[in-house]
Design a protein around this ligand. Sequence first.
Ligand code: GLU
Length: 495
Amino acid sequence: MIHPKQIRTRFAPSPTGMMHIGNLRTALYEFLVARSENGKFILRIEDTDRGRLVEGSVDVIFRTLKDVGLSHDEGPDIGGGFGPYIQSMRKDIYAPYAHQLVKEGKAYYCFCTRERLDSLRNASSDPDISNAGYDRHCRNLTSSDIQTRIDSCEPFVIRQKMPLSGHTTFTDAVFGEITVDNNELEDQILLKSDGFPTYNFANVIDDHLMDITHVVRGSEYLSSTPKYNLLYEAFGWEIPEYVHLPLIMGRNEDGSVSKLSKRHGATGFDDLVRDGYLKEAIINYIALLGWCPADNTEIMSVRDMISKFRISGISKSPAVFDYDKLRWFNSEYIKALPHEDFCEMIRNYLESVNTSGALNTSMIAELIQTRISQLTEVPEMISFFRDLPEYSTDLFEHKKMKTTQQLSLLHLQEILPSLESLNDWSLTSIHDFLISYALKKEIKNGQIMWPIRTALSGQPSSPGGAVELMHILGKSESVRRIEKAIILLDNTITE
Ligand code: GLU
């Protein structure tokens, strides 16, 4: 369907802490809905719930969007024709709308105290009390009663007057037609006693005033949408298109799934970055949590996503956040990095193993770039270059390589003197030297390569084999480690 107006979407986060994966996915889809149709993407900060604000989180929002390449066209930092874009700065805008609804009989003042509401909430397990929560106690107060209470400065909120019968139906672009009975809808608060609007009220007013055409948000808002639509209708405003996104689940140990939470793994963007995932890989993986392009492409830049995005590709089935799949995406992104960029990314790690300054760190980086899935694997993978770990001589036993501890000892002892006199320490020279040794002794290459690789790394596996490790470590360190292996093997065998 061609939308007659220019598409305008908004990402409307509440600054309450980290950027959760679900929020970032919402931002991305809002961005894609707009950008794929040459529309506008707006950033609006929803900070009316003053108790939940966390200092610094607005900066986290700006930084994250920038890091993953979701640039907004209007927002608190860059302005636009529909500002201000921070709800607390719009505080005076909302009250007149709430009062207008009161005047028109579509909303009412409520003076119920917190204690009364709390006791209602406690009793709400009673099946006879519908509209879980509020019992519409103040819905029919007389105007003189209301006036007296306002005059005596009794605090009040303004509540929406829900129809007591009938039903409300709307069509969501992902979930299809949804119908709810109006008597299930609570007379929700629109304006709080501190004069701030609730989220439920402010989002409708702002989406209307900011000319938002498509509201994209998590499916947890599906059940509230009829209330919003009743507000749009009460004001006589056009209802935006709704695009609700599927839940994001995590896999439990027993194989079942439940709403993604910390016990499944990192759930915040910064936490994932800290766990060694590249920003490009994270946003790519997140894009596929509920959306799939028609051609099933998996690896996509945000630019690719824009050209492939269609709302019809969004699924309503819950998406399972699969950390293994994210690791796969990450390894693909790491492999595709230009060598210099990868070196720069892991520079601190490389420097920490190169205490002598003599190691060929560029080659270390080259060896590990194709072998890791997370940057956090790097320190452990390369630490042996700095310190040879304690290891068991069992590592010298290798069936496929046809080596044993005895054979390893024999060949390490035999090769050492000529290795010490090898002057050309280039990769080719080391390689040819080892191969010619195997040839001369009529053994398999692995029968000399494996003992040397093991002696140099002290690990069951290492990035690079004997030739690369010898080259990187240099002659004297290689000789030192082989001598150590000879002593260890000798001691074990003669024990
Ligand atoms: N401020 C709401 C939140 O952070 C926004 C929901 C919406 O997109 O309307 O969940």
